[in-house]
Design a protein around this ligand. Sequence first.
Ligand SMILES: [Mn+2]
Length: 287
Amino acid sequence: MGVSRTWTSPPSPELFTTQTSGRPVPAAIGLPRAAQRPQPHRPACRGLRHRAVVLDPPWPHALSPHSLFDMGGEYYCFASDITCSFPANGKFTQDQKAIYEAVLRSCRAVMSSMKPGVWWPDMHRLADRIHLEELARIGILSGSIDAMVQAHLGAVFMPHGLGHFLGIDVHDVGGYPEGVERIDEPGLRSLRTARHLEPGMVLTVEPGIYFIDHLLDEALADPARACFFNREVLQRFRGFGGVRIEEDVVVTDSGTELLTCVPRTVEEIEACMAGCDKAFTSFSGPK
Ligand SMILES: [Mn+2]
């Protein structure tokens, strides 16, 4: 996958305009503009008010007033997969900011921890743990984080896997070669790979926090998990939808290199949506 190394052009905060809403959204990746062909992975724009592209029907991705775009450019037949979440009106509410920054923290913690030899399920667990810490900080959960991990509470908020291989296919093959077993635990069983990282692997890192009614109701009906919830605070987040941040990274000899270049911090997104075309700085990861 050496070709990926050529993807890292300087930050290029170009904008394209969605066909549907006319609202500018961040460019898919720091690729030459001509190489950018933003498109939904599946023809799945479902008449949503804010015209977000929805990937998988069960996730409530794009509820007003914030939007989640799951998109990707193609470069010499190589796929990318990039998700941006942002407030539809350009300004984060306090609750949106809190959830967004929780996901950003887990995303960056994972990228900083990735290097050859690291076991991918451990990265999923790391993201889960950070989400639980942040949800406790916000007040939605309370209690021992270790006990929440034991109860698999992370999977209530992130029911999908942390990321997948990228290549010719957007969910590339090779996740479970002979000898690599799927882990039969909530959340982890959805991982598209359970391999140890090796130099040259290209993966997505795509943690998310979602408030999905049927998963929340199921957890609240289970005494082993219900005990961690502050129902009143949770109520405020019913109908919130979800935030996902999806980056594309290549594993290097000593860590990772980030291939994605889009506005990521709250400040960058708000500035970008206000029409500011000042260059943003890409997260550079561990040095
Ligand atoms: Mn993906």
